[in-house]
Design a protein around this ligand. Structure first.
Ligand code: FE2
Ligand code: FE2
Length: 179
C-alpha cells in the first residue's frame, strides 16, 4: 500500500479508538451514570484539530485527484467529499453542547445524547465507506506515477497564513500576529 493511503488508514484506526471511547461515554450518559464530560470534550476537540483539519483535507486531495483521472466510484467519492464539508459543522455543534454542559448551562441530557449518537454514527459510516469500498479502489487503480503526482500536490499545499502566498481572508489576522 502506498504510504499516503497507509497513513490515512492508520488515522482511521486511531479515530476508531476515539469513537469507541465516545460510544462508551454515550452509554454512560444514556444510563445516567457518571460520564466523563471533560474528556469527551477533549475527544471532540481532537476531532476538530486532526480529522476535520488534517485527515479530511488530505483525503480531499487524494479523492479529487482520483475523480480528475478515473471514473470509478464517482458517486460514492463525491458523497464522501460532501460529507467532509459538513463534518466541521457537526463537530462545532457538539463542542458547543459539551462546553455548555460543562458550564452547567441547562440543557436536555437527551439532546446531548442524541447529538453525540448521531455524530458517532456519521463518523463510523463515513470511515466504513472509505475503508471497505473507496480505499481498496484507490489502492488497486492508482499507480506509482499517480501517487507521485499526489505527493507533489501535497508538497505544494499552500499554508494560507504563514506560507508564501497569504490569503486575503488572513491579512488582518497576520497583521495582528506580527504587530
Ligand atoms: Fe473521509
Ligand atoms: Fe477518512
Amino acid at each position: 500500500m502506498n504510504h499516503i493511503l497507509n497513513k490515512l488508514h492508520e488515522d482511521h484506526k486511531n479515530i476508531s479508538k476515539l469513537l469507541s471511547f465516545l460510544e462508551h461515554q454515550l452509554y454512560l450518559l444514556e444510563k445516567c451514570e457518571n460520564s466523563d464530560l471533560s474528556t469527551t470534550l477533549d475527544a471532540i476537540k481532537y476531532m476538530k484539530e486532526y480529522p476535520d483539519n488534517v485527515h479530511h483535507p488530505l483525503e480531499n486531495i487524494v479523492f479529487k485527484y482520483f475523480l480528475d483521472h478515473h471514473e470509478q466510484a464517482r458517486e460514492e467519492i463525491t458523497e464522501l467529499l460532501h460529507e467532509h464539508e459538513g463534518m466541521p459543522i457537526l463537530t462545532e455543534n457538539l463542542l458547543r453542547m459539551l462546553e455548555g454542559a460543562l458550564a452547567d448551562v441547562p440543557q436536555k441530557r437527551e439532546e446531548l445524547c442524541s447529538c453525540l449518537k448521531k455524530y458517532i454514527s456519521i463518523q463510523k459510516e463515513h470511515m466504513q465507506q472509505e475503508e471497505a469500498y473507496v480505499y481498496p479502489i484507490l489502492n488497486s487503480i492508482l499507480d506509482e506515477n499517480d501517487w507521485e503526482k499526489i505527493d507533489n500536490e501535497l508538497a505544494h499545499m499552500a499554508d494560507p497564513l504563514f506560507g508564501k502566498s497569504l490569503e486575503k481572508t488572513y491579512q488582518g489576522l497576520l497583521l495582528q500576529i506580527i504587530s
